[in-house]
Design a binder for this molecule. Structure first.
Ligand SMILES: Nc1ncnc2c1ncn2[C@@H]1O[C@H](COP(=O)(O)OP(=O)(O)O)[C@@H](O)[C@H]1O
Ligand SMILES: [Mg+2]
Length: 276
């Protein structure tokens, strides 16, 4: 595991995290994870593994039964309202369904909502919104109604709304779901260009390989594997054990792949999908 000094901006340290939903359903059973500033890490795992529950702990939407979350040296503490507000500024979560995130009449107002809450006004606010919309290629749609946008455009606006908060850690929950291939590729370009730490929840294994040099696999509320993405995805037994599968036609990455570096080498011939 990468050493992540807990105090550096953009670092994430999760220790011994346990959480059971109020209805008695256990979801996290001792999660330990350290992410260094600037890393992009994929969080893989079958449905119900606990990925979204973990994500919801990272900015204090859920409070753990036991264990700690530390972001850039700030320990999440549900009893500390100021600390929680700062945590939410540091950690931006893009939810799986953009309709859960977009609620203002126009795209620009939606992206402005977070930074306006931080107290930004006037030119400073406008610049913040413009920069976030430009980063996701949505500047020309600023005056449109979010509910008139395509799904891929909505997801980009949701990303812009989070970027406008200038987070240290960006958490993306299933970012490629429901995107057509072009929108999926464009979002990859956006994410790859961001100067933040990224934790990407996904079961889109090629997307993890494309974007994240490192992956962790979660199952039954625990991290069960942690390593170079290429190495984990080449271990078909490991994947099968945790109910993860490469899409039809995709060969595993070459066994000695460093991971994260797109490769058109062995196994990506005419009958196979490409990892690039
Ligand atoms: N609001 C909820 N109330 C009760 N149980 C939940 C709730 N949300 C998720 N769960 C349960 O918690 C476990 C982890 O779910 P989740 O974190 O959503 O997994 P993943 O995102 O990996 O698919 C599952 O057993 C799921 O059924
Ligand atoms: Mg989920």
């Amino acid at each position: 595991m990468t050493g992540a000094p807990a105090g550096r901006p953009g670092s994430l340290v999760v220790r011994g995290l346990h959480y059971t939903y109020p209805d008695g359903q256990p979801a996290l059973s001792g999660v330990d994870l350290a992410v260094a500033p600037g890393e992009r890490v994929a969080l893989l795992g079958r449905n119900g593994a606990g990925k979204t529950t973990l994500a919801l702990h990272l900015n204090g939407i859920l409070a753990p039964d036991r264990g700690t979350v530390t972001v850039g040296g700030l320990v999440a503490d549900p009893a500390d309202r100021a600390g929680l507000a700062e945590l939410r500024r540091r950690v931006g979560i893009v939810f799986q369904d953009p309709d859960d995130q977009l609620f203002m009449p126009t795209v620009a107002e939606d992206v402005a909502f977070g930074p306006a809450n931080l107290g930004l006004r006037g030119v400073a606010l406008r610049e913040r919104v413009d920069a976030a919309l430009a980063a996701v290629g949505m500047a020309e749609h600023r005056d449109r109604a979010p509910h008139h946008l395509s799904f891929g455009q909505k997801r980009r606006v949701a990303v812009a709304g989070v970027l406008a908060m200038r987070p240290q850690l960006l958490v993306l929950d299933e970012p490629s779901s429901n995107l057509d291939p072009a929108a999926r590729r464009e979002l990859a370009g956006i994410v790859a260009g961001l100067p933040v730490t990224v934790l990407m929840v996904t079961h889109d294994l090629p997307y993890a390989y494309q974007l994240c040099p490192r992956s962790v696999i979660m199952d039954a509320g625990r991290i069960v594997a942690d390593g170079r993405t290429g190495r984990l995805l080449a271990d078909l037994e490991l994947l099968a054990r945790h109910r993860l599968e490469l899409p039809f036609g995709f060969a595993p990455p070459p066994a000695r792949a460093a991971g994260g570096v797109p490769s058109r080498a062995a196994g990506a011939g005419a009958d196979h999908g490409s990892w690039a």
